[in-house]
Design a binder for this molecule. Structure first.
Ligand code: IP8
Length: 272
């Protein structure tokens, strides 16, 4: 069966760009500027109407957040500089993404999640989305990212780009989500370690739920943690009828092709 992503230009498209695509996760503060530039070119070429971009943290947000235990919340004063540092390095990575988008003539405007979102126990509780709505209505391209945010119960925490994508898609009734990762899509095992890992080209909601329980029950939880987290966020989105395309954004043109719609080179997830 051919996996085809339908386009509805009146509704927003949410594009997630994985931190592992735009940074080198083995380094520290190691941006892949050539990849960022290529993606900016693809985004400009696709010229998608009502596009929202969310990017991840990669080797910017994650090592700092981990060093200070930011996700687990505020327990001691010394973590405060860690919260500030985690947020700051995300603004640095965001600056590099913005630089590239704007110089490629994409009318992108950055929205800082830590300034408009408060979570409760790690889940988004309030989101002041007035600016985002207005930007979208004026055909700007709002750009958000995983960030260190304030949390009503924990003091602060880490908000993943994946939670943000799912939240935005449901809140704005998105036409579709495109997720750019550094593998060819969603596999039945980690393709980086399992040689015979099989790529899913199309999944329904019930098949996705089965994949989730397989991944959750396998010994490979650690290595697939990122993908399992994504699946958890995506299940309610797909249940709401929003299709999701997972493509390899590290390879040229896959993101462009997913953005212009039609046949998906990767994994397409649909309700039925
Ligand atoms: O890479 C996390 O965003 P993600 C951002 O989308 C931070 O999980 C601050 C680590």
């Amino acid at each position: 069966m051919e996996s085809v992503l339908e386009l509805d230009e009146a509704k927003p498209t949410i594009l997630k760009i994985g931190g592992s695509v735009i940074t080198d996760k083995n380094g520290e503060l190691a941006a892949r500027t050539e990849v960022i530039n290529r993606l900016a070119e693809e985004i400009q070429k696709a010229n998608t109407r009502r596009l929202v971009i969310v990017h991840g943290g990669g080797s910017f947000g994650h090592p700092t957040a981990q060093k200070y235990g930011i996700k687990e919340g505020l327990r001691e004063e010394t973590q405060k500089i860690g919260f500030a540092e985690t947020h700051h390095v995300m603004t640095v990575l965001n600056g590099l993404v913005m630089d590239s988008l704007v110089w490629h003539s994409v009318p992108a405007v950055s929205i800082m999640p830590s300034s408009c979102i408060i979570t409760k126990n790690g889940r988004i509780k309030t989101f002041d989305d007035a600016a985002l709505k207005m930007l979208l209505g004026m055909d700007f391209v709002p750009v958000l990212y995983g960030d260190a945010v304030l949390d009503e119960t924990l003091g602060f925490t880490v908000l993943s780009g994946d939670q943000l994508v799912a939240y935005l898609a449901m809140k704005f009734n998105a036409a579709r989500i495109v997720i750019g990762v550094d593998t060819d899509g969603l596999y039945d095992a980690d393709p980086k370690t399992a040689k015979n890992a099989k790529l899913y080209t199309h999944l329904t909601l019930s098949e996705l739920e089965k994949v989730k329980s397989r991944l959750a029950g396998s010994a490979a939880v650690d290595v697939t943690g990122g993908m399992l987290g994504k699946i958890n966020e995506l299940i309610p989105v797909v249940a709401q009828g929003i299709p999701v395309a997972i493509v390899n954004a590290a390879k040229p043109n896959r993101t462009y092709k997913a953005l212009i719609g039609g046949s998906v080179e990767g994994t397409l997830i649909e309700k039925e």
